[in-house]
Design a binder for this molecule. Structure first.
Ligand code: OTU
Length: 639
């Protein structure tokens, strides 16, 4: 006898078959449906199963997937098949990412196309374009308040240009990553506008309350994400005369995924993006999309169910698409999104925070300990390792990990904030505080990599030695991203030593959001400075490029099989990389003093063979010491 689920699926098939004209297309769709239906069904049932109209909802969601599949360009369909054969295209040493804002990096899409040689010169093959869809002028949170997911911001170009650019970059070996901003829309999105005009159907797309009673009850357990912007998580909408859930800025209205119509509508937007040729979607603010009274409404179990449902739909209708989770939360929670059913890729905020932490303390124990505990993830998934993004730096390490190495998490965060805002005596950093909350004492830090790493200070009031140290810090951090395992992601501009840009303070839409300090608008001259001998950009760009090339030619750096090795020297971060029969030992000096280590740290892994440092070509012989210059890193392999 057929199971209930199988007969349910059989019942749905005729309508889908008709939608796909019962041809070749249908057979492929049916095959994938067969593989993913169970999980999709269970996920949707978990979210919406108690509704009387559940079957209708399910059918309409699947019909949306079928029509998206039908509209999927042939070239993408063949990419789907290729990737189903080789699911590991993103796990290799060739993967190197970059991220930028289209307008800040190149004015518009036409300009970005002209930057293709730059991206190729640097050696990236994954490019995340920050939000580029239509968003209200000024009130858009750097593009993260979208008013139309199917229209490119006219100042940047149009949809046709975008899809052409995506395929041009693809032909040149660069995959495009876009955001799927699924937690909220702009209050000027058509759905929000219709809600404001009183349409019930669209009011149900959001969380709207006539008075403070329910918002107050929710707020008992909610964290304020942008306390400097507005108190709490709700905003009063004059036009409605009601309160709207706005986790982030007051004009970013949270979508109500308790309503299956929202799921369906956003699934359509997701598949539309997929059909533009995007390879990876970054799930923005992934943790916030499901709310339940009496909870913190962050990383609830049902958020995972929701992401699983989206992912299964993608696997059915656009199977080459990958999800990248943007969960800048407690490390225990970060890893819960990373699995082949939810997000195949995830930012690694813990590594980001702890690399900065080790640089400030000149001590790698928390970094080493936390990575040893937490780096390993499912073999078919990958970390996206980064040191800076367009957002702030938050100290999201685990307090228990810290306690295990004798550090008080709370005090340590206070120290790190003081260090990176330059308040701590002797600090090299020039960051600015972000979202200080007098209530909790919490604070995060903004600033460009170069300014946080000491270049701004060195160029303004110190000499060449300090400048060289600052560049070495930037390179050291990136050397870890390029070798630790997973996909390194460069916040473009870092490779040319971009400093803080304080001009945001004069812009009324930006002055109260210090993240703009590290969102510089690049001129052609900025990028050209890489070719002017003697500039920091020149020195750094050449070394970035060389290191990227080295990564791509080093077999041991594929995948993310990594062992973290206590090095008996608190300043030296050590890890062993493994891929197939290849091994590589990376050793990184996180201090401005010179050190030596006995070579036996390596002989344990490589025996008595002489070792080559791939970074500078030096040969190290057994029985000798390994010496380290300030901030030097070595990638060692037997000859
Ligand atoms: C994201 O970040 C984006 O990266 C930000 O640029 C947006 O402002 C925000 O969402 C809203 O769209 O609060 O400080 O994981 O750290 O999701 C950045 C939790 C943010 C948050 C993260 C969010």
């Amino acid at each position: 006898m057929k199971s209930k689920l199988t007969s349910h699926l059989e019942g749905l098939k005729p309508a889908l078959q008709t939608a796909l004209d019962n041809g070749e297309e249908w057979h492929r769709f049916e095959h994938r449906l067969g593989r993913h239906f169970d999980l999709l069904y269970h996920s949707l049932q978990d979210l919406y199963g108690d509704r009387d109209d559940f079957s209708t909802c399910l059918e309409s969601i699947l019909l949306a997937a079928a029509s998206a599949y039908r509209a999927r360009p042939v070239i993408l369909k063949s990419r789907d098949e290729g990737r189903e054969q080789d699911a590991s295209w993103y796990l290799g040493k060739e993967a190197v990412g970059g991220v930028c804002y289209v307008d800040l990096f190149a004015d518009n899409l036409t300009g970005l196309e002209k930057r293709l040689p730059y991206f190729k010169e640097l050696g990236i093959n994954y490019l995340h374009l920050m939000p580029l869809f239509q968003a209200p002028e000024g009130r858009n949170d750097g593009g993260y308040a979208v008013s139309d997911y199917r229209r490119v911001n006219p100042a940047l170009g149009n949809m046709k240009q975008l899809t052409e650019l995506i395929s041009l970059f693809r032909e040149n070996g660069i995959s495009i990553v876009l955001d799927f901003i699924y937690n909220h829309t702009s209050d000027e999105h058509e759905w929000a506008q219709r809600a404001k005009r009183g349409e019930r159907e669209y009011q149900e797309f959001y969380y709207i309350y006539p008075n403070r009673e329910i918002p107050d009850r929710y707020e008992e357990n909610l964290r304020e994400v942008f306390p400097e912007e507005k108190p709490g998580s709700f905003s009063y909408c004059e036009q409605l005369g009601q309160w709207v859930w706005t986790t982030f800025k007051s004009y970013q209205w949270d979508l109500n995924y308790g309503n299956p119509a929202v799921f369906k509508a956003m699934a359509e937007e997701m598949l539309y993006l997929a059909n533009c040729g995007v390879d990876i979607l970054r799930l923005d603010a992934v943790a916030f999309a499901w709310k339940e009274m009496g909870t913190a409404c962050e990383s609830l179990d049902k958020v995972h169910v929701l992401v699983t449902a989206f992912n299964q739909l993608a696997q059915i209708a656009a199977p080459s698409l990958l999800f990248k989770s943007e969960a800048i939360v407690h490390p225990d929670e970060v890893t819960r999104y990373i699995n082949p059913r939810e997000c195949q890729l995830s930012y690694n905020p813990l590594l980001m925070a702890l690399l900065w932490e080790a640089l400030a303390t000149r001590d790698v124990k928390l970094l080493q300990h936390s990575m040893a505990k937490r780096f390993r993830i499912h073999a078919d998934t990958s970390w996206i390792n980064y040191i800076r993004s367009h957002d702030d730096v938050g100290w999201t390490f685990c307090d228990d990990d810290a306690a295990e190495v004798g550090i008080n998490g709370h005090d340590h965060r206070q120290f790190l904030n003081r260090f990176y805002t330059g308040e701590f005596p002797g600090s090299f950093a020039r960051g600015v505080p972000f979202q200080y909350s007098p209530e909790t004492g919490d604070c995060r830090v903004c600033g460009s990599t170069a300014s946080l790493a000491g270049l701004e200070k060195a160029l303004n009031d110190e000499g060449e030695v300090e400048q060289a140290l600052a560049l070495s810090r930037i390179l050291l951090l990136h050397s870890v991203l390029l070798s630790i395992g997973g996909i390194p992601l460069i916040y473009l501009g870092d490779e040319i030593a971009t400093q803080n840009d304080y001009s945001y303070q004069d812009d009324r839409h930006k002055h109260n959001d210090s993240r703009w300090v590290h969102r510089h608008r690049f001129s052609s001259d900025d990028l050209e400075s890489r070719n002017t001998t003697g500039t920091p950009a020149n020195t750094l760009f050449a070394r970035f490029k060389a290191l990227i090339d080295l990564r791509k030619s080093t077999a041991a750096l594929s995948g993310q099989d990594t062992d973290f090795i206590p090095s008996r020297n608190g300043q030296i971060f050590a890890y062993l990389r493994r891929h197939a029969d290849k091994r590589l030992l990376a050793l990184c000096n996180f201090s401005e003093s010179s050190h030596s280590l006995a070579l036996d740290i390596a002989t344990g892994h490589f025996g008595d063979k002489p070792l080559t440092d791939l970074v500078n070509g030096e040969t190290l012989h057994p029985g000798t010491q390994i010496n380290f210059e300030p901030y030097q890193f070595r990638w060692l392999q037997p000859d």
